[in-house]
Design a binder for this molecule. Sequence first.
Ligand SMILES: Cc1ncc(CO)c(N)n1
Length: 224
Amino acid sequence: MDGSGVEASTTAAWMERHRQMYERATRHPFTVSIRDGTIDLSAFKRWLSQDYLFVREFVAFVASVLLKCCKQEDSLDMEIILGGVASLSDELSWFKNEAVKWDVDLASVPPLKSNLEYHRFLGSLTEPEISYAVAVTTFWIIETVYQDSFGFCIEEGNKTPPELLGTCQRWGSAEFKQYCQSLHRIVDHSLANAPADAVKSAEEAFVRVLELEIGFWEMSSSQS
Ligand SMILES: Cc1ncc(CO)c(N)n1
């Protein structure tokens, strides 16, 4: 509690504690090079095909968050999460269109190591034993890393190549930002009512997502 009697949010404390890692995830040389206009297009194509595979795995994870949400006593968050599930359908179509534009054959691309590592993590969080607080926290930070990373690419002073603006808008738009803010409110509310061990697990998942996101950008940059 601060002097005003308002409890500072748990997520705000994490953002402070893990600021450096958050910056590494959201200002990675890969996305900064999009903003600078110096991006290597073969790296961009690698990211595109790997992220398509990621999103296919992400669907099952987000569906598990929705299911946990529906089992909560007050499931007021349900419509926000349901909107998230619904938008993934559009997102998969977007990837397929984009792949045609960039001459990428999605069917022939195997997931690379960092992607597989991320899939395993998502799979472990889909289990029924994982609490809603932990799952929704994970969901929020995954979306937020993309929102912040791509939002930066369309902020003032960018030199983002015109053919990449659509990608940046997808996650950098004001609408996507609002959606992330809605998720953030859900997370803060959920953590405020969660037992200490769940809060601890949620923080661990938060940090793990940042590590995996950094790994994903690295993989896209250099095929590691
Ligand atoms: C790796 C990764 N993280 C986050 C998102 C946001 O949905 C995405 N599409 N891919």
